[in-house]
Design a protein around this ligand. Structure first.
Ligand code: KG4
Ligand code: ZN
Length: 327
């Protein structure tokens, strides 16, 4: 069995995965959303302190599995430095205490493998990752052959939802709150410009749209009934931007298999638009189970199993955190 730890942002999670079967034997995640909600975003120092409190409590529940552990896997990149350190330090302590190898997992690879929790892998795969930290398209041939072909030049898709929710005083995380508000709104009420629509670049950008939404929110002032139309129009344009760039990319790289992963892949409007886009290609969309879209330790454990089988271990001295991803 592999014990896996996730602490790259505001979720403290630990999982136990059986190597031979990929079976998830234990998974517990404690989210800090409530604690950060009052600030409209994640406060790194607070997140680190909360990880230090909750991770040991979850670990104590895993004690019955300790004897059977073959390795400990932990998210070491990318993420908030102060929160990654909490997980990595705990993983090192476990590796020393139980005399088992240490596996450093890339969180973005974890999101890709959220598709394969308790399942076999299927490659090649074109993957759209939409999370709070990342918006990128990757061509995935195997665990070790992952190429990023498009990414955001500034804010991420999920982050733009968080920021719009903050402007409206809705709380954090903004994605589900904006999605809910947008349901009753008119998508065409506000004619926001689609980012980079005239650019030949296959890349993403959300800072311009965010500023356009800020102006609309300021203009609405106390007329809060306008928020639902702003939210709907924002969600529509944020999604249209992704669709337009994917369409452009597919002209030269028609997708064999396509997947959407990451916290924002839970967005139903985005899912429906991607399914519509892929219809002409006859490509099926792979999705993670809703409970594994957002950060979790089960996806880190699933990567851990693959890395364990390949002997991809790190020594105590080697394994370090890195806020920025190499992918
Ligand atoms: O993958 P994740 O849990 O954490 C990161 O790795 O960043 O993604 C969290 C992000 C947040 O920005 C959140 O607002 C966004 O995913 N999100 C959504 C939805 N649910 C979560 N964005 C849009 N629509 C949603 N339904
Ligand atoms: Zn994530």
């Amino acid at each position: 069995m592999i014990l896996s730890i996730e602490s790259s942002c505001d979720d403290s999670a630990i999982a136990i995965t059986e190597v031979a079967t990929n079976k998830l034997l234990f998974h517990k995640k404690i989210s800090q959303e409530l604690e950060h909600s009052v600030y409209g975003g994640v406060v790194p120092e607070l997140a680190a302190r909360l990880h230090a409190q909750t991770l040991p409590k979850i670990l104590a529940e895993c004690e019955p599995y300790f004897e059977k552990l073959k390795a400990v896997a932990v998210t070491s990149t990318p993420g908030l430095a102060v929160t990654l350190v909490e997980g990595v330090t705990m993983a090192k302590a476990i590796a020393v205490a139980l005399n088992i190898p240490l596996i450093g997992v890339n969180h973005l690879v974890g999101h890709i493998y959220s598709l394969f929790i308790e399942r076999e892998t299927t490659f090649p795969l074109t993957v759209l990752l939409v999370s709070g930290g990342h918006t990128q398209v990757m061509e995935v041939k195997s665990l070790e052959e992952i190429e990023t072909v498009a990414k955001s030049m500034d804010d991420s898709f999920g982050e733009s939802f968080d920021k719009v929710a903050k402007m409206m005083g809705l709380g954090y995380p903004g994605g589900p709150l904006i999605e809910k508000l947008a349901k009753d709104g008119d998508r065409l009420k506000y004619n926001f410009t689609v980012p980079l629509h005239q650019s030949p670049l296959i890349a993403f950008s959300y800072s311009g749209l965010k500023n356009a939404v800020r102006l609309a929110v300021e203009e609405a002032g106390e007329a809060k009934e306008k928020y639902k139309d702003i939210a709907a129009s924002f969600e529509h344009i944020a999604t249209k931007h992704l669709i337009m760039k994917l369409k452009k990319y597919f002209k030269s790289h028609p997708p064999e298999s396509f997947a959407i992963v990451g916290g924002a892949s839970a967005n139903l409007y985005l899912r429906s638009q991607i399914e519509e886009l892929l219809k002409p290609y006859g490509t099926k969309v792979l999705l993670s189970e809703l409970k594994y879209c957002s950060d979790n330790a089960a996806m880190i454990g699933r990567v851990g199993v693959e890395m364990y089988k390949k002997g991809l271990f790190s020594s105590l001295e080697e394994l370090d955190i890195s806020p920025k991803s190499q992918i």
